[in-house]
Design a binder for this molecule. Structure first.
Ligand SMILES: [Zn+2]
Length: 186
């Protein structure tokens, strides 16, 4: 695996591709700052979904939808290393175990803080809920704007992309899906 020193050297090389003098004062500490920011925005590689979703509670018979909506997230597109950001709505219907609500936000962060595409985050969050909570159903809907489309390529500032993954009753039953959509819109 690449060391921190090698990573900083590589950033210096990239700076030399853009600027004649990559060692000028303003850029002197840029390689180390870039790697510090990478440690933060790619922290998801050091976390495991099983740990995030490990502590569950008795649902005491609750059998309705649990929805956390408008979870803002930032991620990085694996094709261009450009940011993409937006909000996620995460829902599940428990069988007997429920999870602390902040864990739904943490699981979105865990997957966002890796090199990603939006489709994979959507599926991976749904997979984790299925695997660790065995819910009656779970759903993940993500809306995001993509930097790689805003500042380069087709340059569309206002286009947003929506992805969804519906599992269990949210896939099988249109009533469950409609109820979820109503809760998200309200
Ligand atoms: Zn991209």
């Amino acid at each position: 695996m690449t060391t921190r020193g090698e990573a900083e050297e590589a950033v210096k090389t990239l700076l030399g591709y853009i600027e004649k003098d990559p060692s000028r004062e303003g850029l002197k500490d840029t390689p180390s700052r870039v790697i510090n920011s990478w440690d933060e925005i790619f922290a998801g590689y050091r976390q495991s979904p099983g740990e995030v979703l490990s502590s569950t509670f008795n649902g005491e018979g609750y059998d309705g939808i649990v929805l956390l909506k408008d979870i803002e997230f930032h991620s990085t597109c694996e094709h261009h290393l450009q940011p993409f950001a937006g909000s996620a709505h995460v829902a599940y219907i428990p069988t007997d175990r429920i999870v602390g609500i902040s864990k739904l936000a943490r699981i979105v962060d865990l997957h966002s803080r890796r090199l990603q595409n939006q489709e994979r985050i959507t599926m991976d969050v749904a997979d984790d809920l299925e695997e660790h909570l065995s819910p009656l159903g779970c759903a993940v809907i993500i809306e995001a704007s993509h930097g790689c489309m805003q500042c380069r390529g087709v340059r569309k500032q206002n286009a947003t992309m929506t992805t969804s993954s519906m599992r269990g009753v949210f896939f099988d039953k249109s009533e469950a899906r409609s109820e979820l959509m109503r809760l998200i819109r309200d």
